[in-house]
Design a protein around this ligand. Structure first.
Ligand code: BES
Ligand code: ZN
Ligand code: ZN
Length: 480
């Protein structure tokens, strides 16, 4: 029900009637107001064939949008699960408005339930205090609309499940999810989806001259992996391509510039960018998007071992450019420098990198939106729109030439930190130096890759951002 409705209409009126006006009475009593997220459970006590009716507040009608459907589906399913409900039926929210057709409603509802009911409990021995919902039925009285609804549900499932795969990877602790395991998971996706896969080890990276990536890997006993997955969605047009490059630091201790202990455990999630490109290419291939997509994941730990790189070291990247490592904790930009060079050498002319790159992006934008930067405003615009369509907010930050000065080095081509001012921008600026003339965009997900609270489609822990945006972007690029 929308906010401010004084009299139930449509299916709600029919139910109200069967319940002898219970809903009308609750509206009069102001227990039901329709504000967004309000949940009112009514026991039908034999007056209807179902035991309970849940009235869900949709908020103001003029603010209603696609994401409302995902959010309220997610939160009402969580509520019903907490009440041990097993079987649920729902109307196709939003199809009464002109914004949402049956296809979209199906997609949004299935995304909502899969994301909202996500849990990560594989390491707990305690009895689970809930049983999952077994079945959600969408009730659609107009039979012509059913096939479109079903088509939407199938696509929402692909999007929801690939997001949950990414959440699992990000939530896994670093003693389990090593670069080697990331490579194994990538192999699983490749086999399942029949993708081309290549995994470079330390020796192969040395041969290619990836001094920046290897500099980061030096401090760890875990072998680094450079993982490439390729999906040939448009094989007759090889230049119709997209490269998605992810930061895959499976644990970021900071290295010799070691982080403080408080909150360091969160750095198991520093591979969220890498995980998101794995999830995205899986969904893109499942959907059969007509675009050639290559995912590159630079996977390594950043540890302070005896062979670790030191502040002041100068590394030579695969491109030939040199970087002075002022702070070993600014490692994401170092591994991305080589991963992006590698992507460009493969002929990718459109590249989106995804990285938990800077704490500064959370200072600027909080956990609400992802920071987007790049050298091509068309691509950035398409990403922001793809984010809107996916319920993942994006906000652009500028890469004015003036920022270049902050990463000037006197002893190398650039240095890996640019001071406190505009920290997310100077980090992106370093990466830009390696994008060359490819159309390139960078998504800083340090704030948005995890959530501190349960809200709508998000639960505590990994969010899976920006898998669905990347999939939607790939779909948009086929229209070019
Ligand atoms: N992985 C961190 C960024 C990060 C911070 C991700 C918080 C998620 C949550 C990154 O490698 C890092 O340590 N960045 C430094 C850069 C600084 C040394 C210039 C930072 O943001 O403090
Ligand atoms: Zn770091
Ligand atoms: Zn990091």
């Amino acid at each position: 029900m929308f906010e401010g409705v004084s009299k139930p209409s449509g299916i709600t009126a029919i139910i109200d009637h069967a319940l002898d006006g219970a809903i009308t009475q609750l509206i009069i009593d102001r227990e039901i107001t329709g504000i967004k997220g309000e949940l009112t459970l009514i026991h039908t006590l034999g007056k209807l064939p179902v035991a309970r009716i849940l009235i869900v507040g949709l908020g103001a009608k003029k603010e209603f949008n696609q994401d409302t459907v995902r959010q309220i589906t997610a939160s009402s399913c969580r509520f019903l699960r907490s009440r041990r409900v097993k079987q649920v039926a729902t109307i196709a929210h939003g199809t009464g408005t002109d914004q949402i057709d049956s296809f979209l409603a199906g997609r949004l509802i299935s995304e909502g339930i899969i994301l909202g009911l996500y849990t990560f409990d594989r390491y707990t021995n305690r009895e689970h205090d809930f049983n999952n919902i077994e079945c959600l039925e969408i009730v659609e009285p107009v039979s012509d609309k059913i096939s479109e609804l079903e088509r939407g549900v199938a696509i929402g499932k692909i999007l929801g499940k690939s997001t949950c795969l990414v959440r699992d990877m990000v939530n896994e602790p670093a003693n389990v999810l090593t670069p080697t395991l990331m490579a194994e998971l990538a192999y699983e996706v490749a086999n399942e989806q029949d993708l081309h896969i290549e995994v470079l080890d330390r020796v192969a990276m040395e041969e290619l001259g990836m001094g920046a990536l290897l500099g980061v890997a030096r401090g760890s006993d875990e072998p680094p992996k450079l993982i490439t997955l390729r999906y040939d969605g448009d094989p007759t047009n090889p230049s119709n391509n997209l490269g998605i490059v992810g930061k895959g630091i499976t644990f970021d201790s900071g290295g010799i510039s070691i982080k403080s202990a408080t909150g360091m455990e969160k750095m198991k999630g520093d591979m969220a960018g890498g995980a998101s490109v794995v999830g995205a290419i899986k969904a893109i291939s499942e959907l059969g998007v007509k675009l050639n997509v290559t995912a590159v994941i630079a996977a390594t730990e950043n540890m302070p071992g005896g062979s670790a790189q030191r502040p002041g070291d100068i590394v030579q990247t695969m491109s030939g450019k040199t970087i002075e490592v002022i702070n070993t904790d600014a490692e994401g930009r170092l591994v991305l420098a080589d991963a992006i060079t590698y992507a460009r050498k493969m002929g990718l002319n459109r590249i989106v990198d995804v990285a938990t790159l800077t704490g500064a992006v959370e200072i600027a934008l909080g956990k609400v939106c992802t920071g987007v930067m790049g050298n091509n405003n068309d691509l950035i615009g398409q990403i922001i729109q793809a984010g809107k369509d996916s319920g993942e907010k994006m906000w652009q930050l500028p890469l004015y030439f003036e920022y270049r000065e902050q990463i000037k080095s006197t002893v190398a081509d650039m240095k890996n930190v640019g001071g406190r001012a505009a920290g997310s921008i100077t980090a992106a600026y370093l990466i830009k130096e390696f994008a060359g003339n490819a159309a390139w965009a960078h998504l800083d997900i340090a704030g948005t890759s995890t959530s501190n609270k349960e809200s709508g489609v998000l639960v505590k822990g990994a969010t899976g951002t920006p898998v669905r945006t990347l999939v939607s972007l790939a779909e948009k690029l086929t229209l070019d």
